[in-house]
Design a protein around this ligand. Structure first.
Ligand code: R5P
Length: 295
């Protein structure tokens, strides 16, 4: 039993109004505490941005180049990522539970790369997501795809079940091979995801009109890296996306397929969190790379 607290000189600061802070993330102020807390583990509250390391590609294409041995290629990158985006299989089998990064769990699946990819279903039970202490759950949304409605309803089911437990949903806009990747398409796709409840949306950067995609989406947007391009170009893409309203990157191949993945992820961080120019970030990339393997 604590001693009786009968001090007369308590400090109630009756003249100081209690602080009521707004939440730092776009469109997220009305969410509940647990939801906000999880988002604050994905997006750094100081910069408002995130570097998500995406290595969930195996869920439909098996051992992708650079991910043949996740234990060897990805574990050295983990300390530099804010968030890991991966499947529960890789999380349980390879990632040490002592890693403190937030986790965004790939929660959809079904077709392999040999079949129609938009024919996905939800492939993780919310109880397992909770058991794994994830910060968000995610699935693809194929706007314009063959199974468009099914993929949209996968997302809304994740939103509904996640909301029950304070777990946000990331909607990933997936573009079919033959579809035009322009601002009009991405405004449509990202806005539909946000309107139907996604807490944040992953999309692709486009050279023309990306700022209109970011502006018309009422929740944060992060960009996927896409297929491997030269390091300086990838840094330019990340820089332009951030300057035009993205809240971060969810980058995979342009990091883990880089000649020096640990140098690349640190260069990407400098662009995302410190607004470093692509040229300066590229210098950093080279400096770090040379420290690892001097010429
Ligand atoms: C697709 O397999 C996943 O959504 C990836 O997480 C996404 O495409 C990001 O990876 P990358 O930067 O390699 O495109």
């Amino acid at each position: 039993m604590p001693e009786v607290d009968n001090k007369e000189s308590k400090q109630f600061y009756t003249d100081v109004p209690q602080k009521t802070e707004g939440f730092f993330l776009k469109g997220s102020n009305s969410l509940d505490w647990g939801m906000k807390n999880r988002l604050a583990r994905i997006f750094n509250p100081d910069s408002g941005k995130t570097v998500m390391l995406a290595f969930d590609h195996g869920y439909f294409q098996g051992p992708t180049t650079g991910l043949e041995r996740v234990d060897i290629s990805i574990l050295p990158l983990v300390p530099y990522a804010d968030t890991l985006m991966l499947t529960r299989g890789i999380l349980r089998s390879v990632i040490p539970p002592s890693a403190t990064n937030s986790v965004v769990l790939r929660s959809s699946g079904g077709p392999s790369m040999l079949k129609e990819l938009s024919n996905e279903q939800i492939a993780v039970d919310i109880e397992d997501a909770i058991r794994l202490n994830v910060a968000a759950i995610t699935c693809q949304v194929f706007i314009g795809g063959e199974y468009e409605t099914q993929s949209v309803l996968n997302m809304t089911r994740l939103v509904d079940t996640g909301t029950r437990y304070g777990i946000p949903t990331l909607a990933v806009t997936a573009v079919g091979k033959d579809m035009v990747r322009d601002a009009r398409y991405f405004r449509l796709a990202t806005r539909i995801c946000a309107e139907l409840g996604a807490h944040y949306v992953k999309t692709y950067f486009i050279e023309e009109g990306f700022e209109t995609v970011a502006a018309s989406c009422p929740v944060p947007i992060v960009i996927a890296g896409g297929k491997k391009i030269p390091e300086l170009d990838a840094l330019k893409m990340a820089y332009n996306a951030i300057q035009q309203g993205a809240a971060g990157v969810d980058m995979g191949r342009n990091i883990f397929q880089s000649e020096s993945p640990t140098s690349m992820i640190q260069a990407v961080r400098s662009v995302v969190h410190s607004n470093e120019t692509p040229e300066k970030a590229y210098e950093l990339y080279h400096t770090l790379k040379n420290e690892i393997t001097p010429n």
